[in-house]
Design a protein around this ligand. Structure first.
Ligand code: GDP
Ligand code: GDP
Ligand code: MG
Length: 329
């Protein structure tokens, strides 16, 4: 099947270590809902298709829109497909697979420096500073806990900053993850200045030669100016220690919120310099299109996907594996 040719042509050149191959298989299993929902609807649309005509494009448009890919990205995909087949409307099913895979891959940006692509932090400026943003309930604290676990397992020295000083249980929730992962935390308790938490966390990381600092924040979206001020203040105090930090500003979105995720991305990219995306709760939705749509519309590379509530349920995202799932059952 020629999607495999496309995949081997396009996948990153480095060979995946065995652990990552295994991870890719687990990801396939955890993505079951998305695979049997959105992705298989797409795959099925192409089965036996030989002609890209108006009916086909209408059906494709409907699948994309009802799967939360979003209007902008859907229109782009349709237009690009139309253009590519305009000379020769009759193509093989395999060619159609390749065309769609190609179009989706092209729309999803890749990670740019200074963000490190893996969990090993090779080549990262130390301490590597991650600021985690997003509205309440999307999974920020959980994602931080999972990351702390992964980095700790790799023998990295981790310091967490309890910068969500707004919600009652937030500090305690982060402490639970911190204890479980066996890492350090800087916490000033509730209703304290989150910038001060960030300052102390990065200061401690520099003094103790920690590898990574991950800072939690409150997801207040009801007041955009307040959010902007808070996030830029946090950035300012971090930059005092490390002018190149924060290296990663990770926006967390919840895949089950659908179109709402687009609005959140809009607000947060306006409020701060977001440079990566984590899409959580993909285990709980059949409409995984938000992964493609938000990434494309806001030009944010997806770095992680959340596939459950446990520490091992955070996966590095690979767009080629994700696209391959569309055509492989
Ligand atoms: P925050 O307010 O952004 O910090 O969100 P939390 O980290 O507190 O998470 C909110 C809820 O979502 C919690 O019950 C988490 O266990 C749950 N959650 C987070 N990530 C995932 C995920 O990938 N899958 C599932 N099923 N639940 C998740
Ligand atoms: P401001 O509070 O609007 O003046 O913003 P700043 O950028 O000056 O500081 C924000 C927060 O970070 C402060 O409330 C402090 O808690 C903390 N901070 C900033 N600079 C320092 C410093 O030099 N020492 C200490 N201990 N904390 C600092
Ligand atoms: Mg939280």
């Amino acid at each position: 099947m020629s999607i495999f040719n496309w995949f081997s042509k396009n996948k990153p050149k480095e060979e995946l270590p065995a652990a990552q191959v295994e991870q890719a298989e687990q990801t396939q299993a955890a993505l079951e809902k998305t695979r049997t929902g959105f992705l298989s609807k797409l795959g099925r649309l192409f089965t036996g298709k030989r002609q890209v005509d108006g009916d086909f494009l209408d059906e494709l448009e409907e699948v994309l829109l009802t799967s939360d890919v979003g209007v902008e990205t859907t229109v782009q995909i349709i237009q690009n497909l139309e253009q590519r087949v305009s000379k020769d409307a009759y193509v093989s099913e395999e060619e159609l697979h390749e065309l769609l895979a190609d179009e989706i891959a092209k729309l999803m940006p890749d990670i740019q420096m200074p963000v490190v692509k893996d969990l090993h932090l090779t080549g990262a400026s130390s301490p590597y500073v991650v600021l985690v943003v997003g509205v309440n309930g999307v999974g920020k604290t959980t994602t931080i806990g999972k990351l702390a676990h992964h980095y700790a397992q790799l023998g990295k020295k981790v310091i967490l900053g309890a910068g969500d000083t707004f919600r009652a249980a937030a500090v305690e929730q982060l402490s639970i993850w911190q204890n479980r992962a066996g890492v350090s935390i800087v916490s000033h308790g509730m209703n304290t200045d989150p910038a001060s938490v960030a300052y102390d966390a990065v200061k401690q990381a520099v003094e103790e030669h920690a590898d990574v600092v991950i800072i939690d924040t409150a997801g207040r979206l009801h007041n955009k100016v307040g959010l902007m001020n808070e996030l830029s203040k946090i950035r300012r105090v971090i930059e005092k220690f490390k002018p190149d930090a924060p290296h990663e500003v990770l926006l967390v979105i919840d895949a089950t919120t659908g179109q709402n995720a687009f609005e959140q991305a809009k607000q947060f990219t306006a409020a701060t310099q977001v440079n990566t995306l984590a899409v959580t709760k993909l285990d709980g939705t059949a409409k995984g299109g938000v992964v493609i749509g938000v990434s494309h519309a806001y030009q944010l590379p997806v770095k992680y996907i959340g596939l459950g509530e446990k520490a091992e349920d955070l996966k590095l995202f690979n767009k080629y594996d994700f696209i391959k799932s569309i055509f492989v059952s």
